[in-house]
Write a new protein. Structure first.
Length: 280
């Protein structure tokens, strides 16, 4: 990846992380940990990979994105705001009764949201349906979905994986946010779905394992997915829950807890310093 492109993506990802902290702090609730771990991935999708138009969110030939781990909506809202789908000022209204930014994504209220999600395991099934529809109608759009590693303990995920492999949906890319922490412990402590890569491969998927915070690897993976024919692609992205905020990193308790005023100040200070270094 070109250095200038990489630096620009790092800046945007840092701003997305700020949006996550801003939103969850003002809401006094939400899921910052998993939102921070996907910030680099979702930044790359919207600012390098996907063909979307903020001025025409319902454009028929746009690429589709489904946030299967819908509780990490703060990251999706932050990147949509950075992309220009709506004003960044709305981030502070997260989870407020009259806000278009609710706790889980809603295609009814939020510009740029392609599917309402929240019930874990269901998003990938919708993404598979979107990909199949594209194939049946000879459309060129591609479909992307991000799942949580805890989410893939759901049986419906593997039904969708089996179907996608059987139908050879090479216009579909599923990204697993592999941060090894879910709501009440590590994967091993709860119900480990590992080995994730081998399981998707056994269902006929092209599987690529990467560092979720390395833009070079992220780009190589999505390019390889585009080049792969007759197989859907699963990108297993090893990530750090709470990435970018020191006291949140690798801490299970930040799965669904909002920062207080002191924690908000510390997190924003760290992110502002990181952004300043990138802009220097």
């Amino acid at each position: 990846m070109e250095v200038t492109k990489k630096e620009q993506l790092k800046k945007i990802a840092c701003k997305v992380r700020m949006g996550v902290i801003e939103g969850t702090f003002n809401a006094k609730s939400g899921h910052p940990g998993g939102s921070l771990s996907i910030s680099d991935l979702i930044t790359y999708l919207y600012f390098s990979e996907m063909n979307v138009d903020p001025s025409n969110p319902q454009w028929e030939d746009r690429d589709r994105f489904v946030l299967s781990k819908g509780h990490t909506a703060p990251a999706l809202y932050a990147v949509l705001a950075e992309k220009g789908f709506f004003s960044k000022d709305l981030i502070k209204t997260l989870r407020k009764p009259d806000s278009i930014l609710q706790g889980h994504p809603s295609m009814r209220y939020t510009p740029g949201v392609d599917m309402s999600t929240g019930s874990l395991g269901q998003g990938i099934s919708v993404a598979v349906g979107m990909a199949l529809s594209g194939k049946l109608r000879n459309k060129d759009y591609r479909v992307y979905t991000i799942l949580g590693d805890g989410e893939i303990e759901e049986g419906q995920v593997w039904e969708a994986a089996m179907f996608a492999g059987n139908k050879k949906l090479d216009n579909l890319v599923a990204v697993v946010d592999f941060n090894n922490l879910q709501i009440d412990g590590t994967l091993d402590e709860v119900n480990s779905p590992c080995p994730i890569d081998e399981k998707f491969a056994s269902f006929g998927w092209n599987v690529i394992c990467i560092d979720a915070h390395c833009f070079d690897q992220i780009e190589e993976a999505f390019q390889a997915a585009r080049a792969c024919k007759d197989k859907p692609t699963c990108i297993v992205a090893k990530s750090v829950k709470g990435k970018g905020v020191s006291f949140m990193e690798n801490q299970c308790n930040w799965h669904g807890s909002a920062p207080n005023a002191e924690q908000y100040a510390q997190a924003m200070d760290e992110l502002n310093k990181a952004l300043a270094e990138l802009e220097a």
